[in-house]
Design a protein around this ligand. Structure first.
Ligand code: SF4
Length: 266
């Protein structure tokens, strides 16, 4: 795909502008793939099989090409708008960027999110007894009395819950970092009338937290003998969720293009 193809693709009115900026990147489960330029680019370049394989060489090749195209388009736009791309004081910018990165890393929400991702790994390492079979299906005999519950259904619920936990395990940290860094940058700008990108990122993190809490709730129901350590994780997640809501009080109200409906009464 070259620059002109990309421009043509982007002109498709079916695409919702910027939808991919505030999603969770779980394209397999996304109901908006047909409205997403990012998904269309991936599909066009790589086909379905390769799209989800981030280790695939073609993926990185495409990313490099996209980078080049983005730069070219940026230069064109800057020229049209009369923006001098050289005018930024690079040293000062780099120093501010470094400081913001440090501040973001040390923010209590990002530290808690990082710790959560480690807790998840620790839990799965310690729960190897649950995955007693070669096919990695959980050993439901390790669970409490299953009563009339259908084990096949339980395995599927467990698999889904694990998938959710694993998908969001690192994304919460990434989105919170982006939100915190964005908020630091926004302090230097006057953006009153615009929705803030930092709130959009924080909203994605909050949704990931909600879903992770629900998924751990499912796992807890299936493995009551692991109740204490799952409860520790749930308490940690809930504290993180509350702190993130305090840090970004407007985040829940952020309207994500495509995903959220605008309340016309407000
Ligand atoms: S909006 Fe949906 S299809 Fe597009 S990148 Fe995000 S998850 Fe994938």
């Amino acid at each position: 795909m070259d620059k002109e193809d990309l421009k043509r693709l982007a002109e498709n009115p079916e695409f919702i502008q910027s939808i991919y900026n505030y999603c969770d990147r779980w394209c397999e489960r996304c109901p908006f793939t047909s409205h997403c330029l990012n998904f269309a680019m991936d599909s066009e370049e790589l086909g379905d099989q390769e799209t989800h394989d981030i280790n695939n060489e073609a993926f990185w090749q495409r990313l490099t090409e996209t980078f080049q195209m983005t730069l070219e388009l940026l230069h064109e736009a800057a020229e049209e708008e009369g923006i001098d791309l050289e005018s930024i004081d690079a040293k000062e910018f780099e120093e501010q960027d470094r400081l913001n990165k440090e501040l973001a890393k040390n923010h209590q929400c990002s530290r808690a999110a990082k710790l959560y991702s480690e807790m998840v790994d620790d839990w799965f390492d310690s729960a190897k007894d649950i995955f007693g079979h070669e096919d990695d299906e959980p050993d439901l005999e390790m669970s409490a009395d299953m009563g009339d519950i259908d084990p096949a259904e339980e395995i599927s619920d467990f698999g889904e819950a694990v998938e959710v936990v694993r998908w969001y395990q690192h994304l919460i940290y990434v989105k919170l970092m982006r939100a915190i860094r964005g908020e630091l940058d926004e302090r230097l700008e006057i953006l009153d009338e615009f929705p803030k990108d930092s709130d959009g990122s924080a909203k994605v993190a909050l949704i990931a937290l909600d879903r992770s809490i629900a998924a751990w709730g499912e796992i807890r129901n299936l493995f009551p003998h692991r109740d204490n350590d799952i409860l520790d994780i749930l308490v940690h997640l809930e504290q993180l969720r509350r702190n993130a809501e305090k840090a970004f009080p407007e985040a829940r109200a952020f309207i994500r293009p495509g995903f959220d409906k605008i309340d016309l009464n407000s």
